[in-house]
Design a protein around this ligand. Structure first.
Ligand code: SF4
Length: 404
């Protein structure tokens, strides 16, 4: 297979530099603010500096400033500039992002509705019988910060991510209202997890948990480890894009902290093979070696970025070669600011069908899923064309029919 090589020959730096005026955004000033209690925002976010147009590019309802790490800026320069596969993911295109903001969705997965204690979204519920025995385990997603080292323009949580600490987003989730949770919030979550016997799994999310301040993240992780050791929790996953956004921001304490979790699963958001730079691969390797993490990838199918068999083949094969397990590729969620990234579902299915026969078993561990509206489950698309399936509609886990 012909490899796509991203090197200086791809540089379109003149175009890029013209568009990405280096300007410290209001988000950079977050280091000077403090949250409710002890947490200053991680000064590591500022070194190397963040660039982009910051709050000038914010969405009409108030999320997703344009913030791009210098690592990504350099990668954008090497991969076709603002219209290349990395530029398209991070450089704001306000005319497209704002087009449907009047009628478009902000929270199509109904996450705010499912928030049960601060930051904890409980959609995948477990069950307990009348004798208190667990008959089905449940898992929760815990959003602990609204910051990332850069902001993806298609982010599902664009309704709240990226706002400086002194602002509140217009939606009602905890991290829309405050940048980080308070000590009291964390205490409530721990109490919930201890008492909810059916919940055996927590997925830390945000924003990007690994961008959180060291004392804050340490407190959260160590509290979860206590529950894991006492048998109140089995599995801890951590979702992150920091190894792609800014690998230099990951420090020894991150590896050390995660090594305290038994069988930690690191879910890294990676969309394009060009994101797997030497620095990023080194960090992923370190998480495997130093934290004994199982590293999985999660990707979003994005028009113009990775909607080709060749790109996805290269992505999954490189991940497999580098010891990362391809896990999910998602149909992008129908949030209004990302509609221009959407590949029509029927085309996504065809792409997936064509791709599967090209991959070895170990590169084909990813499942292509549609995260259904209202939070009714991730519906996997069958691989290959071994079965004749009616693709004109599908049913979610609550038997609700969705026509395509
Ligand atoms: S890293 Fe994740 S949470 Fe952060 S902007 Fe990108 S998609 Fe959103």
């Amino acid at each position: 297979m012909k490899k796509t090589i991203y090197n200086e020959n791809h540089v379109q730096s003149r175009v890029l530099k013209k568009t990405l005026t280096i300007q410290r955004s209001p988000v950079d000033n977050i280091s000077t603010k403090t949250h409710d209690h002890f947490q200053p925002i991680n000064p590591a976010c500022l070194n190397p500096p963040l660039v982009g147009k910051g709050m000038d590019m914010i969405l009409p309802h108030g999320g997703l400033p344009e913030v791009i790490s210098s690592h990504l800026c350099s990668l954008i320069e090497r991969t076709g500039g603002v219209n290349g596969p990395i530029g398209l993911q991070f450089v704001a295109r306000p005319e497209l992002e704002r087009k449907n903001h009047q009628e478009g969705a902000m929270d199509p997965l109904s996450e705010d509705e499912y928030e049960i204690v601060p930051g904890v979204i409980y959609k995948y519920r477990g069950e307990i019988d009348e004798n208190g025995n667990v008959i089905k385990h449940g898992r929760v997603l815990w959003t602990v910060t609204r910051f990332c080292a850069s902001f993806c323009r298609f982010c599902t949580r664009g309704r709240e991510v990226g706002l400086p600490v002194f602002m509140k987003a217009r939606t009602c989730g905890s991290i829309a209202q405050k940048a980080l949770l308070s000590d009291e919030d964390i205490r409530k979550v721990m109490e919930f997890l201890k008492n909810a016997k059916e919940v055996n799994e927590v997925i830390l999310s945000g924003g990007d948990p690994l961008t959180a301040p060291k004392p804050y993240l340490t407190k959260i992780v160590k509290s979860l480890v206590v529950l894991q050791k006492s048998g109140d929790l089995d599995i801890i996953r951590i979702g992150t894009r920091l190894p792609v956004h800014n690998p230099g921001q990951i420090q020894e304490w991150h590896y050390q902290l995660l090594s305290e979790i038994k069988n930690v699963c690191l879910m890294v958001h990676i969309n394009h093979p060009a994101e797997l730079t030497a620095e990023t691969l080194e960090v992923l390797y370190n998480f495997r070696k130093k934290s004994l993490a199982t590293v999985f990838s999660q990707s979003v199918l994005l028009k113009g970025v990775n909607d080709s068999e060749e790109i996805l083949q290269e992505l999954f094969e490189t991940l497999a070669k580098e010891g990362v397990r391809p896990y999910y590729i998602y149909q992008n969620d129908p949030v209004y600011w990302a509609e221009h990234f959407t590949v029509p579902v029927r085309e996504s299915i065809d792409l997936w069908q064509r791709l599967r026969p090209r991959l070895s078993g170990i590169a084909a561990t990813a499942r292509f899923v549609i995260d259904t509206p209202y939070g009714f489950g991730k519906i996997p698309i069958p691989e290959g064309e071994a079965w004749k399936v009616d693709y004109s509609c599908y049913y979610d886990f609550k038997k609700k029919k969705h026509s395509l």
